[in-house]
Design a binder for this molecule. Structure first.
Ligand SMILES: [Zn+2]
Length: 310
């Protein structure tokens, strides 16, 4: 009993909030931090009036992160949640944080896990402007809150005295990727361009361009890089793990090239023999590896063969 108590007070056993929060593991899995689905949604302030908001991914394996920016003249939300229930919880929580309406929803990722819950947002704030790239607009034709304004390269919003830069730094995870940079606080919300502790997920990715897009974000030398999936820790750790994620991406692409050259077959993810021979190195222990590895290989093969969608 004494030992158990000592371990708990030192935070060495999972099961208490402190133990969970003190465990620095970059693997994105919810249980890797001793958390459960019941711990979500949750949010924390990363700067005055700026909140990182976490729900859980529809797979229930990992978290999903949105950014809430509260200004004197309305709220800017970057990304939403993956189902209606979590979309409603997001609405309820924003209303707890502020009386201000959501004026802008910026689509960092057009994948369902970041926008399938848009219905409740649109219902709560029907006048909300939804901003995406043209590529994401196509992907969101059937969404409850389809984009109403487009960004191809860069757009700067000034809302209630807060400058918000919406950046298309190149195609990455979805092909319609947008990042959001806040110059006053040097916060960079990466959406799914940064999947911290997750095996590079490539269902709609542009593998080579993804690496270059991350390099551009790194060159901006933000203070805090926030990932679209994976834990939010201190700024130095988030920066180091962004570098680690990019390197893992490079490792996965290099392994794909090696297997392609060795003529290991991977015509599509379901029939990817090559995945069985792959050696992922540092990327081996990342969340969702088994599910994502064949998808990534098939996509890397497409890129090598010049068959990626234009
Ligand atoms: Zn996602």
């Amino acid at each position: 009993m004494k030992l158990l108590h000592a371990l708990l007070s030192l935070g060495l056993l999972a099961g208490t909030a402190n133990a969970a929060e003190n465990t620095k593991v970059s693997n994105a899995a919810i249980d890797a931090r001793g958390l459960t689905l019941g711990d979500f949604p949750r949010y924390k302030s990363v700067a005055p009036d700026i909140y990182a908001y976490e729900g859980f991914h529809p797979s229930k394996v990992m978290n999903t992160v949105s950014l809430i920016i509260v200004t004197k003249d309305g709220v800017v939300l970057v990304d939403a949640m993956g189902d209606e229930q979590q979309g409603q919880q997001l609405v309820d929580n924003i209303k707890k944080i502020t009386q201000q309406p959501v004026k802008y929803l910026i689509v960092g990722s057009d994948h369902g896990d970041h926008m399938a819950g848009n219905g409740p947002l649109k219902k709560a704030w029907p006048g909300m402007v939804v901003i995406s790239t043209p590529a994401s607009q196509k992907a969101m034709e059937k969404n409850a809150a389809p984009p109403t304004e487009l960004v191809t390269d860069k757009r700067t919003l000034n809302v209630g005295g807060t400058e918000i830069q919406i950046l298309n730094l190149g195609r990455a995870h979805t092909g319609g990727d947008l990042l959001v940079y806040l110059p006053a606080t040097k916060i960079m919300f990466m959406s799914e361009v940064y999947l911290r502790g997750v095996f590079p997920a490539m269902r709609t990715a542009y593998p080579g361009e993804w690496v270059e897009t991350i390099k551009k974000a790194q060159a901006m030398n933000a203070n805090l890089y926030i990932a679209g999936h994976g834990w939010l820790d201190d700024a130095a750790t988030m920066k180091a793990d962004l570098e680690a994620f990019r390197k893992n991406l490079e490792v996965v692409i290099a392994e794909g090239k090696r297997l392609h050259a060795a003529k290991a077959p991977c015509p599509e993810p379901q029939t990817c023999e090559a995945a069985k021979q792959a050696k992922w190195g540092a990327a081996d222990s990342l969340a969702l590896r088994d599910a994502q590895a064949p998808i990534a290989l098939a996509k890397i093969y497409q890129e090598i063969d010049g068959k990626l969608p234009k």
